[in-house]
Design a protein around this ligand. Structure first.
Ligand code: HEM
Length: 332
């Protein structure tokens, strides 16, 4: 596969090491041990599907960036996913849901957005995130007899408490996450990019921002009575059926930072009264005829076009290395 096709936005070595010495390979080894994904699936966000979409800009960010994909009408594909490493994950229970967007020019990727239904990320280091993945996997892995399950659950609660003691920064993210019910539809969920990036204008002025994808239908959570009537993998079928009746749309919103807002820590929210700028609308049209081909690609949060720059956030910087290892393993 060629560069856009493939896998990563540039030739990322996959042996990046965190400050505490964890490599991307070690991170993926730990995710695999905890979550036991199937060999050809993504190591996280295993079940998903890719949809054709169009981006229509509002013009509001034209003065802040020279990125043409944000200022002209652009073709895109979008992958919606359940965050679990398990292909048979249950959409009816709380968990991560993802929305990943690839802006295209002549069918080739120019930039990606990768967002999830967190308001802030529950970790500010890659290790913190992997510790949480392990604790969460323990909590959902409980099977066997009732007594076995009770024992596993108690052990899992202990594990999560241990992670929180070691990573106090995880508390805020987990608290806001636990307070929410699972979404009733991929089309009624808000997805946040969580990391800071910079918009860069033609003169080189930089402005820090975070992005979010806000459903035009509003946020609708799943009610327990309705959940019991649904299949565990209802979300993709629900979206396909909804799209038969017409497109569903999201507003791409940029939250602009002000002096002092951290740009290297995704576990800290910026004040909600910071300016929110609608950059454009993403209209999701239909399941992509090239779904199987796009499934093989990587949606890489560090794939940015001229006019957008990455922050120094260590979690953001680590992600392409981890995604690259996941992609390499699932494609062999
Ligand atoms: C150190 C932190 C993180 C690690 C190690 C990690 C790991 C992974 C891995 C291994 C994959 C599968 C990649 C592939 O095979 O293509 C993945 C996918 C994904 N991750 Fe992360 N992730 C991290 C942080 C985040 C954050 C902060 C977000 C949300 C802003 C996020 C949202 C997603 C989404 C939406 C996907 C699915 C993308 C797709 O549909 O292809 N991840 N992640």
């Amino acid at each position: 596969m060629d560069n856009q096709g493939s896998l990563m936005s540039n030739d990322m070595p996959d042996d990046a090491v965190t400050v505490d010495g964890m490599t991307a390979r070690q991170a993926i080894d730990r995710i695999e041990t905890a979550g036991r994904p199937r060999p050809h699936d993504r190591r996280l966000h295993a079940r998903g599907a890719v949809y054709d979409a169009r981006f229509v800009p509002t013009g509001h960010v034209a003065g802040l960036t020279r990125a043409t994909h944000l200022t002209t009408e652009t073709e895109a594909v979008i992958r919606f996913s359940n965050g679990s490493p398990k292909i048979d994950a249950d959409d009816r229970i709380k968990g991560i849901r993802g929305m990943a967007v690839k802006f295209l020019s002549d069918g080739r990727a120019v930039a990606d957005l990768v967002a999830a239904n967190f308001r802030v990320f529950p970790s500010n280091t890659p290790e913190g995130f992997i510790d949480l993945v392990e604790a969460m996997a323990a909590a959902s892995a409980a099977d066997g007899t009732l007594a076995d399950r009770a024992k596993s659950k108690i052990a899992a609660v202990g594990k999560i408490a241990g992670v929180l003691a070691h990573h106090p920064e995880s508390r805020a993210g987990l608290k806001t996450f636990i307070a929410r019910q699972p979404p009733a539809s991929f089309a009624t969920c808000r997805y946040d990019g969580l990391h800071a990036f910079f918009l860069v204008d033609a003169e080189g002025h930089r402005r820090a921002f975070r992005y979010r994808l806000v459903p035009q239908l509003g946020e609708i959570e799943l009610e327990a009575a309705h959940a019991s009537t649904l299949t565990p993998d209802f979300l993709l079928g629900e979206l396909d059926a909804r799209l038969n009746a017409g497109p569903v749309s999201f507003t791409l919103v940029f939250q602009l930072a002000e002096e002092g807002d951290p740009t290297n820590d995704p576990s800290i929210a910026w004040p909600e009264h910071r300016p929110l700028l609608p950059a454009g609308y993403l209209h999701v049209q239909r399941r992509s005829a090239r779904n199987d081909e796009w499934e093989r690609h990587v949606f890489d949060p560090t794939r940015v076009a001229p006019g957008v720059e990455l922050s120094e956030d260590p979690v953001l910087r680590f992600r392409p290395h981890a995604y690259s290892v996941s992609a390499e393993r699932r494609s062999t």
